[in-house]
Design a protein around this ligand. Structure first.
Ligand SMILES: Nc1ncnc2c1ncn2[C@@H]1O[C@H](COP(=O)(O)OP(=O)(O)OP(=O)(O)O)[C@@H](O)[C@H]1O
Length: 244
């Protein structure tokens, strides 16, 4: 069963087609990764799925076989600095005036799950980038969404924090339907169930790569390093010639 089915999507900005006759499915309860170079259209696709690019869509449709709740995990700066960490995690309840003792307990529990329980007294601006992303991840968990759209959520972090947060997200969101966009083949292999390389959204996507083994994967294992080479190769195929 698919959570999202994109059929014959043509999307253009100022008469310039970005996606042409594009087809793409997101199977339920899997992590689908869209890997692509900068500017290829990854974030635009994410926004289109979230219903934020409707005016740019010229043809085709984005179909949700079942109604579903969406959450968005952005690259950075998605916390509201004037709110406490607990209110950032309870954002939905805060905005609807529906905070309760139970929602506070759940927020505390999720902040502990992302290892932020010792920072509750701090403001957002006193946190490191990695700590802020942990809080954003807790908020995503609090939303209890069916589909989580992740727009390069770990790319601004240092290498070790990135690995730690990939592990945490894999663990805490393992039953969820996730679309992760990234330009990092290693990240795609560590956490993806299906990996697509997007190098020209005006042409059909190549079949997905299906990495072996349990997630988060160890990149030093042999099948993963061979896949890494292949993904780099595919990304380079789509690169402008002067950069190859
Ligand atoms: N609102 C808009 N109006 C006009 N052009 C746009 C608009 N949004 C995106 N574009 C163009 O569409 C193309 C794809 O942009 P998009 O942000 O989707 O790329 P991306 O693959 O996510 O890049 P990155 O990895 O750098 O974030 C770019 O050439 C961009 O300039």
């Amino acid at each position: 069963m698919n959570a999202v089915e994109i059929r014959s999507l043509t999307l253009a900005f100022e008469q310039q087609a970005l996606f042409t006759d594009f087809n793409f499915d997101l199977p339920q309860q899997q992590w689908t990764v869209l890997l692509g170079r900068s500017g290829v259209g990854k974030s635009t696709l994410l926004r289109a799925i979230a219903g934020l690019e409707n005016t740019a869509i010229q043809q085709g449709n984005i179909h949700f076989p079942r109604p579903l709740k969406l959450a968005w995990l952005a690259q950075q700066d998605s916390l509201y600095p004037w709110l406490s960490l607990l209110d950032n995690v309870q954002l939905e309840q805060h905005l609807k005036g529906k905070k309760t003792r139970q929602s506070r307990q759940q927020a505390e529990h999720l902040l502990a799950a992302v290892q932020m329980e010792n920072h509750l007294h701090k403001g957002c601006q006193q946190l490191s980038g990695g700590q802020r992303q942990r809080v954003a991840l807790a908020r995503t968990l609090m939303q209890n969404a069916d589909l989580i759209l992740m727009d390069e959520p770990f790319s601004a972090l240092d290498a070790v924090t990135r690995l730690q947060l990939q592990d945490l997200a894999c663990d805490l969101l393992q039953q969820k339907t996730v679309l992760l966009i990234t330009h990092d083949p290693q990240e795609a292999i560590r956490v993806g169930d299906r990996i697509y390389v997007l190098h020209d959204p005006r042409r059909p996507l190549n079949p997905a790569h299906l990495p072996e083994g349990k997630k988060p994967r160890d990149l030093t294992e042999n099948p993963q390093s061979a896949l890494q080479q292949m993904l780099f190769h595919q990304l380079l195929q789509g690169a402008p010639h002067e950069l190859v």
